[in-house]
Design a protein around this ligand. Structure first.
Ligand code: BG6
Length: 491
């Protein structure tokens, strides 16, 4: 039997997020997002949130990689790799500095027009994430961000504004980045529910030890419910503004395996998948499914705690998404019969897999897990899938020849492209693939520059020093070849 190939119109590209690359954090009328005010950390040191800018403190988002002023150069480099799509996010606070202002900030609107024009110049399709972690600080301070229903209307207004503004330039949208992260240790920061939760840091080192009161979990899940309602409203409104719009939303979908065939571990792994199903069920099927009850019960809460109204239910039904976007980086195992060494990821993933190697940040390499996950998602939802993030954060060194040789990244890329092709052979409907951080940018979990994902190196260090010069890594040419051959060059 001949091998499946990638569809002719497969959307190859890369993904970034505003606060991790743009910089220019106070320029042209932009307000602060909560994520702007996170200090730099490491794998061991938490990032601290400060409700206002502190003197003599380094905030990585302040300048990031200065994409705001380098966007032409950056998009030209993406075009040189052959990108068909560029996934980027609009910063809510560039458009509405306080989140709920009456009038949008023209300079903010203009900036994204410039980005889309630049993409068009090279035939690159923009894919816009509407909310990538960056809830407006003003809304967090005033009303605990997504904990308040008032944030739903502010967000809907923001979406309506950008849908109308860019309706002829953008076709593909992702409403929320990794919406299921709201229930993880990132949740208090990403929902802006910081003040009521008393959380002031983002502590990846202790994520797996995190034990929260039912009251705190209730707040996270309530904020998440408000995001579901907002997502559904926005899908409906977007389709009215332009019926050609393809509007998706996204889950972090790392793979979960039982550590052994001991049935208690199999059940534990199955249960851990609820962190994906809980969210995707609502966005794809328009209602909370049976897994919601047991998932919430395990957090000490129940669905009635979330104050879901009859009107909410109708909204969820009316605004289901057109495609499901996912991020996939790694996998973890589940064991409840014995204690084992743990593993890391953008979620805390449980037990390390003895068959797999790890990155410097402890994320295991598992391309087969991508094939497995695509099949799980497609089998359950039967709507098109889009891999909106996948990538390897690693330490890169500039060699004596002035180049960056990154065979480890090329290997990671090849293996995941190969797994995607296998998933296509399995019959999965996959629209596209955007590598996370095609250009080095700020790490979300640690705030480091040292954790580099890019095919393009940016001369900048963890303290914010460096010329910001862009250098093509070896992987740049590999991705270029993969796109040029539509994946055929990968074994
Ligand atoms: C995803 C986020 O969780 O993982 C990105 O959507 C993030 O914003 C990416 O950057 C990689 O995580 P990290 O912590 O290595 O930057």
């Amino acid at each position: 039997m001949s091998k499946a190939t990638f569809p002719k119109d497969f959307l190859w590209g890369g993904a970034t997020a505003a606060y991790q690359c743009e910089g220019a954090w106070k320029e042209d009328g932009k307000g602060f997002a909560v994520t702007d005010l996170l200090t730099a950390g490491t794998r061991e040191i938490p990032r601290i949130f400060t409700p206002e800018e502190k003197e003599n403190t380094y905030y990585p988002a302040k300048q990031a990689i200065d994409h705001y002023h380098h966007y032409k150069e950056d998009i030209a480099l993406f075009a040189e790799m052959g990108f068909k799509v560029y996934r980027m996010s609009i910063s809510w606070v560039r458009i509405f500095p306080n989140g709920d202002d009456e009038i949008p900030n023209q300079k903010g609107l203009e900036f994204y027009h410039k980005i889309f024009q630049e993409c068009k110049k090279y035939g690159i399709e923009p894919l816009v994430t509407i909310s990538h972690h960056d809830v407006p600080l003003a809304l967090a301070l005033k009303q605990d961000g997504w904990l308040s229903r008032k944030t739903i209307s502010a967000f809907v207004n923001y979406c309506e504004t950008i849908f109308k503004e860019y309706k002829d330039e953008v076709k593909y949208w992702i409403v929320f980045n990794e919406i299921n992260m709201m229930t993880s240790y990132f949740g208090d920061i990403y929902t802006g529910g910081i003040l009521s939760n008393g959380t002031t840091h983002l502590d990846i080192a202790h994520a797996s030890e995190e034990a929260l009161s039912a009251d705190k979990m209730k707040k996270r899940f309530k904020a998440l419910h408000h995001q579901f309602v907002a997502c559904a409203k926005v899908v409906e409104i977007g389709h009215k503004i332009n019926e050609q719009f393809k509007i998706g939303s996204m889950v972090a979908a790392d793979a979960h395996y039982p550590y052994s065939c001991n049935p208690v571990n199999v059940i534990a792994a199955q249960k851990s998948m609820r962190r994906i199903w809980y969210c995707a069920d609502v966005m794809v099927r328009g209602e909370y499914s049976y897994v919601a009850d047991s998932y919430l019960k395990d957090q000490g809460i129940c669905l009635t705690d979330l104050d879901i109204t009859v009107e909410d239910k109708a909204i969820l039904q009316a605004g289901t998404i057109d495609f499901l976007a996912l991020s996939y980086y790694t996998s973890g195992c589940h064991a409840v019969d014995e204690v084992h060494e743990t593993t890391a990821g953008n979620f805390s993933l449980g037990v390390a897999n003895p068959y797999l190697k790890k990155s410097d940040w402890g994320w295991v390499f598992d391309p087969q897990g991508l094939r497995w996950m695509l099949n799980e998602l497609y089998g359950r939802y039967n709507i098109p899938l889009f891999i909106a993030e996948n990538g390897l954060g690693a330490v890169d060194e500039i060699s004596e020849d002035g180049k960056i040789h990154d065979p480890y990244r090329m290997q990671y890329l090849d293996n995941h492209v190969s797994a995607m092709r296998e998933a296509l052979e399995d019959g999965v409907n996959l629209m596209g693939y955007t590598w996370w951080g095609p250009i080095d940018l700020i790490s979300a979990s640690t705030g480091e520059m040292k954790k580099r994902y890019g095919f393009i190196y940016v001369d900048r260090d963890n303290e914010g020093n460096g010329s910001l010069k862009r250098i093509r890594k070896d992987s740049f040419y590999r991705y270029q070849e993969i796109i040029k051959t539509n994946g055929a060059c990968v074994k």
